[in-house]
Design a protein around this ligand. Structure first.
Ligand SMILES: Cc1cc2nc3c(=O)[nH]c(=O)nc-3n(C[C@H](O)[C@H](O)[C@H](O)COP(=O)(O)OP(=O)(O)OC[C@H]3O[C@@H](n4cnc5c(N)ncnc54)[C@H](O)[C@@H]3O)c2cc1C
Ligand SMILES: *[C@@H]1O[C@H](CO)[C@@H](O)[C@H](O)[C@H]1NC(C)=O
Ligand SMILES: *[C@@H]1O[C@H](CO)[C@@H](O)[C@H](O)[C@H]1NC(C)=O
Ligand SMILES: *[C@@H]1O[C@H](CO)[C@@H](O)[C@H](O)[C@H]1NC(C)=O
Ligand SMILES: *[C@@H]1O[C@H](CO)[C@@H](O)[C@H](O)[C@H]1NC(C)=O
Ligand SMILES: *[C@@H]1O[C@H](CO)[C@@H](O)[C@H](O)[C@H]1NC(C)=O
Ligand SMILES: *[C@@H]1O[C@H](CO)[C@@H](O)[C@H](O)[C@H]1NC(C)=O
Ligand SMILES: *[C@@H]1O[C@H](CO)[C@@H](O)[C@H](O)[C@H]1NC(C)=O
Length: 541
């Protein structure tokens, strides 16, 4: 299907450039790239207003704006030669062509929430395509669909839907500043998951620019290509411009609760029981557990314990919620006073942590409130952990490294059990009770602190091994973790090597992802530390 001859020509050009590359200094390299960019632009004046190099005074602020993990904002973090903030599709096409010609890698950034900074950091010379200006959202209330451009945030999407109808919503993540470009292409897990699945389960069309600079919709890209970008990670396949999604129906009023329990309030027994309830209970409810160390000190004497916060969204009234909880999870002792009824859009704000009554306009604020330095890892649980196992886990919260750590248990079941593992690349379906997200935060750059934090979360991860999914020990690509394996920076990564991380994220779907990749980007232009490898690429740099 792919005319191989034209690829051979590109290989020859690329090989030529990789031999000569080291001889030219970076400045020259950058100049050539920029020259290419301007000479291919329809309007070089308007292009120049969207191109930032290190000499532009706003280079740093543009780079920082959606750098969400400050672990990748230090002086030693490799920086892009050029940042392009396109306003037109042709500018993206030009960037793709010129990057190949001048042997630069591309990093594509929508919301910049990648946990390992892969949308704005690379060890080899690179440019960033930043989707800041691609944020249009168009809602069709009658058809219950929306087109949303990659740079839009989840908050902007939720807000725009809510202005059109109180009874429409969309199943995606909880954090309003996350970008749809990365989030949808990696799956997209949120409060509505047990009823409606992931964001990626609800995508019905997409627009993408491929490695040859072609603009493709679902029909033009074909079903394999379209399959791959709904959960396989967009950055391996092309530059996604926009998504068409199915909206879902939500009731006019939903119910929420937040019930904290510490160890001396039977938290261990409750979390233990929760494991049996959370994936089997009515799909209209999602109950989360958020675990952290808290300090109950009085008068300067420290008294730290572990707190389990039970947080839930129920698609129905409090009148229905109370008897449901009484029947399935009476131990939690939920009472009416713990619950609040509100519209779906208010629940988005509330469950994210805004105070009740906060204006929905807050969802349009693209500045993350508490930017800091962090590391996360993830797991899936298929067999409930014993009370003794949980108690041993709690002990880890008392170690030094656990300060400012949070561990989340996210429920599965519901419709997730009914969707086949191969429907889209995201394979974590039937049989998962819940997913764990481990996170640890710190506030200032320090090698010493970083070492303590990294050691702690890695130790916790190895401690958890007997309790979680095996062969593979599954992981979720949107909770990217470079510890589980990476590609080679320079040159060829074998299928076998990439499988080390690939099978954890995608299970059997990894094979099909490699097939699609080999077809749509055989020379592996779109690559990063955890991109899908091509069978053909022998990896000129
Ligand atoms: C505070 C916070 C809260 C989060 N909450 C949730 C949650 O509730 N549920 C959940 O599932 N996940 C959550 N995540 C993880 C999040 O879903 C992923 O990090 C997601 O990939 C972010 O998308 P982005 O566009 O913001 O990130 P980016 O960093 O811009 O992109 C992430 C990856 O996608 C690629 N990419 C981005 N845009 C495009 C594009 N247009 N075309 C092709 N490739 C592209 C990037 O190159 C990179 O590899 C959270 C992350 C953070 C930091
Ligand atoms: C190029 O774009 C600028 C605005 O950025 C506009 O003023 C100018 O007329 C355009 N030139 C052409 C040839 O279209
Ligand atoms: C960056 O600097 C160059 C050279 O001065 C200029 O042409 C370009 O317009 C600047 N970019 C932006 C976005 O202002
Ligand atoms: C803890 O559970 C026991 C029964 O297992 C119960 O008797 C006790 O009241 C509970 N304590 C709290 C604080 O809920
Ligand atoms: C708990 O809080 C008290 C008083 O605020 C403080 O003195 C103590 O150091 C804290 N302990 C921990 C472990 O944070
Ligand atoms: C710690 O706090 C809990 C809950 O308030 C209390 O029951 C316990 O006695 C306290 N322990 C100490 C040593 O203060
Ligand atoms: C947006 O959020 C940031 C971080 O919380 C805050 O500092 C800023 O004031 C907010 N902007 C508006 C307009 O509310
Ligand atoms: C899942 O499938 C079962 C059996 O076919 C069905 O009873 C159930 O309603 C389905 N659940 C969802 C959420 O679709």
């Amino acid at each position: 299907m792919i005319p191989l001859r034209s690829y051979l020509i590109i290989v020859l050009i690329a090989v030529f450039f990789s031999f000569t590359y080291s001889a030219i200094d970076t400045t020259k390299h950058e100049e050539n790239f920029l020259q290419c960019l301007y000479s291919y632009s329809h309007n070089s004046t308007s292009m120049s207003k969207l191109v930032y190099t290190k000499t532009n005074s706003s280079y740093s602020s543009i780079l920082q704006f959606t750098t969400q993990n400050l672990r990748f904002a230090s002086k030693t973090t490799p920086k892009p030669l050029v940042i392009i903030t396109p306003k037109h599709i042709s500018q993206i096409q030009t960037t793709i062509i010129c990057s190949q010609r001048h042997d630069l890698q591309i990093r594509i950034r929508s919301g910049g929430h990648d946990f390992e900074g892969r949308s704005y950091v690379s060890e080899v010379p690179f440019v960033i395509i930043d989707f800041t200006y691609f944020r249009e959202i168009t809602i069709d209330v009658e058809k219950r669909t929306a087109w949303v451009q990659s740079g839009a945030t989840l908050g902007e999407l939720y807000y725009t839907i809510s202005r059109k109808s109180r009874n429409l919503g969309f199943p995606a993540g909880a954090c309003p500043t996350v970008g749809v470009g990365g989030h949808f292409s990696g799956g997209g897990y949120g409060n509505l998951v047990r009823k409606f699945g992931l964001a990626a389960d609800n995508i019905i069309d997409a627009h993408i620019i491929d490695v040859k600079g072609r603009f493709l919709d679902r029909e033009a890209m074909g079903e394999d290509f379209f399959w791959a970008i709904r959960g396989g990670g967009g950055a391996s396949f092309g530059v996604i411009i926009s998504w068409k999604v199915k909206l879902v129906q939500v009731p006019s009023s939903v119910s929420v609760f937040n019930v904290p329990k510490t160890l001396d309030q039977n938290a261990t027994k409750l979390v233990h029981k929760w494991q049996f309830v959370t994936s089997t209970i009515d799909e209209n409810i999602a109950i989360y557990v958020i675990l952290q160390r808290v300090n109950l000190s009085k008068k300067g004497k420290s008294n730290s314990t572990v707190q389990a916060l039970f947080q839930a969204l129920f698609l129905g009234s409090v009148d229905k919620l109370i008897p449901l909880m009484k029947e399935k999870f009476p131990e939690l002792g939920l009472v009416r006073e713990d619950c609040i009824e509100m519209s779906w859009i208010e629940s988005v704000l509330y469950l994210y942590g805004f105070p009740k009554g906060e204006s929905p306009e807050m969802l349009l604020n693209r500045t993350q409130a508490a930017k800091d330095i962090f590391k996360v890892k993830s797991d899936f649980v298929r067999i409930p952990i014993s009370e003794i196992g949980l108690e041993r886990m709690w002990r880890m919260f008392h170690e030094d490294g656990a300060k400012d750590s949070m561990v989340y248990f996210f429920p599965y079941g519901g419709i997730m059990n009914n969707i086949s593992e191969s429907k889209i690349p995201f394979p974590h379906r039937y049989g998962n009770l819940y997913q764990i997200l481990y996170s640890v935060h710190w506030h200032q750059e320090s090698d010493e602190v970083e070492k303590i934090k990294m050691n702690w979360i890695r130790k916790l991860y190895s401690f958890m091994e007997p309790f979680v999914s095996k062969s593979p020990r599954a992981a979720y690509i949107n909770y990217r973790d470079l510890d589980i394996g990476v590609n080679n920076n320079n040159g060829y990564t074998s299928y076998k090597q990439a499988s080390i991380w690939g099978v954890k994220y995608f299970k059997n779907n990894f094979k099909r992802l490699v097939k699609v990749k080999t077809k749509v980007d055989p020379l592996n232009f779109f690559r990063n530390e955890q991109s899908i490898p091509s069978h053909l690429s022998k990896g000129h740099r």
